[in-house]
Write a protein that binds this ligand. Structure first.
Ligand SMILES: [Zn+2]
Length: 157
């Protein structure tokens, strides 16, 4: 009877050790899975980041291509009076009623300038008059902006 108990206890011990080993194995497996999941996420992140980068580059390339191929070009300001285009400021119209995206409707309609004989000198006078409340430095900056427009660029003379 005593012997039996001893064996029983031994068996129990062995069982416990087995269980311990199994538990350790389970923990290892769980850790393995967690590591795999994290690694998987990492790979997915890298992959999406990479494809995102490629996509971004392609869009940029497309935009650049469009800029070069697609005419007309789009401007944020009228290239004659420098008013900022907005839903309230319409684009100029060509003879066929198509938009001219460089000039506003106040400056350009029916395929030609409203004031075709307007010189830059005259335009400058108007600018100075309209901006008389501003300091000279700001006025100079505004005139410089005008000098960069399609209509008033020096190489257009
Ligand atoms: Zn205009």
């Amino acid at each position: 009877m005593r012997e039996f108990t001893k064996i029983d206890i031994l068996n129990k011990k062995i069982d416990l050790i087995k269980e311990d080993i199994q538990n350790e194995n389970t923990i290892e497996i769980v850790w393995g899975i967690i590591t795999l999941v994290i690694a998987g996420f990492g790979i997915i992140l890298i992959f999406t980041g990479f494809t995102g980068l490629i996509k971004h580059q392609t869009t940029e390339l497309e935009i650049n291509l469009r800029k070069n191929i697609d005419l007309p070009r789009y401007y944020s300001n009228c290239q004659s009076c420098y008013i900022k285009f907005s839903p309230l400021v319409s684009y100029g119209k060509e003879k066929d009623n198509k938009n001219n995206y460089a000039f506003c409707l106040e400056c350009y309609n029916n395929g030609c300038f409203i004031e075709p004989d307007l010189t830059f000198e005259e335009m400058k006078k108007r600018i100075l008059k309209n901006t008389s409340s501003l300091d000279q430095k700001r006025q100079k900056e505004i005139i410089e902006s005008f000098e960069k427009t399609v209509r008033w660029r020096k190489d257009n003379y």
